[in-house]
Design a protein around this ligand. Structure first.
Ligand code: NAD
Length: 336
């Protein structure tokens, strides 16, 4: 029996997380879920977006599956997602994006892994207006040598372990000479110690264009926090959209698994969200828990449902879609 913290999230979160829980159960993995609320539902209940008992649950279980959490734009409370990553020093954000047969996209056989630095730079929360009149604002992005070393090493070790051929470091060191320059310097130093993995670097603007034009040239991509966030949504767009993109936040001790996407308020409560991204995040979680056989079975079940294209949500089959729950049931049926 695995003990796992479940944060259902808000918006589309509760409905897709529930499907993921059912799928994991149907695959025969015994999980004792500790369901806790964070974000908007926690503010309603506890007047705190990240109550202490949520942190306590993750501290104890060290593994969590998390639905998306809304962060107010421009003002309001700070991101609970970012707070969790900082609290547990989840310095790796691993975001694979790969093509599925049956999903209509511009390219076939895309298979990228984005390794995003998850704790530093512009997400560290060092920001303020310079005066009460709010005539100017500053956000300070701090990049450290040790923070760069650990994420870049992770990317190379990941490439080696998963037999990937190349690591591309993405940066803006031509303009951000210090933060970008430090990250690139460390990448070149570490890259030189992995002669078995091809090393290259690209400036972010060119990288965005290259990924759209020819994504097949890339394999593992390592980059700083903000660029990694943007490129992972871009990568999901190459393989069929956010409904198919899972992610893992990994630290030395704890790990939190979630979809790349957010709470999608535009489609919440309508039973139309694609549950695949969080189910695939569940697959990453099961591998982390050494439940490889169940993870493989769930992944195969998702692949089959996508390939058939009959029981998929609106984002994948706008002409003839099924609902979130029905897509979950189709995946579960493949597991029986
Ligand atoms: P979003 O990812 O929620 O949605 C972007 C677009 O993709 C929307 O049109 C949405 O309908 C669609 N989409 C997302 N997930 C989908 C799914 N599973 N199936 C079908 N379509 C899907 O991004 P947003 O609208 O910019 O952000 C909404 C909120 O989510 C914001 O408050 C943001 O801060 C938050 N957010 C949270 C996380 C997280 O919890 N880790 C990540 C990203 C954004």
């Amino acid at each position: 029996m695995h003990k796992v913290t479940l944060i259902p999230g808000d918006g589309i979160g509760p409905s897709i997380s529930e499907v993921a829980v059912e799928v994991i159960k149907a695959a025969g993995v015994k999980v004792d879920w500790d369901r806790v609320e964070a974000g908007l539902p926690a503010i309603d209940k506890y007047k705190d977006p990240l109550p202490e008992h949520v942190l306590e649950s993750i501290r104890k279980n060290l593994v969590a599956l998390k639905g998306p959490l809304t962060t107010p734009v421009g003002s309001g409370f700070r991101s609970v997602n970012v707070a969790l990553r900082k609290e547990f020093d989840l310095y790796v954000n691993l975001r694979p994006a790969r093509s599925f047969i049956g999903v209509n996209t511009r390219y076939e056989n895309v298979d990228l892994v984005i390794v995003r630095e998850n704790t530093e730079e512009f997400y560290a929360g060092i920001e303020h207006y310079i005066d009460p009149a709010r005539s100017a604002a500053e956000t300070i992005g701090v990049v450290t040598r040790s923070g760069s070393e650990r994420i870049i090493k992770y990317a190379y070790e990941y490439a080696r372990k998963h037999h990937r051929k190349k690591v591309t470091t993405v940066h803006k060191a031509n303009i951000l000479k210090y933060t970008g320059g430090l990250f690139l310097e460390v990448a070149r130093q570490i890259g030189a110690t992995y002669p078995d993995v091809k090393t290259e670097d690209k400036i972010i603007d060119n990288m965005a264009m290259q990924m759209v034009l020819n994504p097949h040239q890339f394999d593992v991509i390592v980059t700083t926090n903000l660029f990694g966030d943007i490129l992972s949504d871009l990568a999901s767009g190459l393989v069929g959209g956010l409904g198919l993109a899972p992610g893992a936040n990994i630290g030395y001790n704890a790990a939190i698994f979630e979809a790349v996407h957010g709470s999608a308020p535009d489609i919440a409560g309508k039973n139309i969200a694609n549950p695949s991204a969080i189910i695939l995040a569940g697959v990453m979680m099961l591998r982390h828990l050494n439940e490889d056989a169940a993870a493989d079975r769930i992944e195969k079940a998702v692949e089959e449902v996508l390939k058939e294209g009959k029981s998929v949500t609106r984002d994948l089959n706008p002409a003839n879609p099924v609902g979130t729950r029905e897509m979950g049931e189709a995946i579960i049926a493949k597991l029986r």
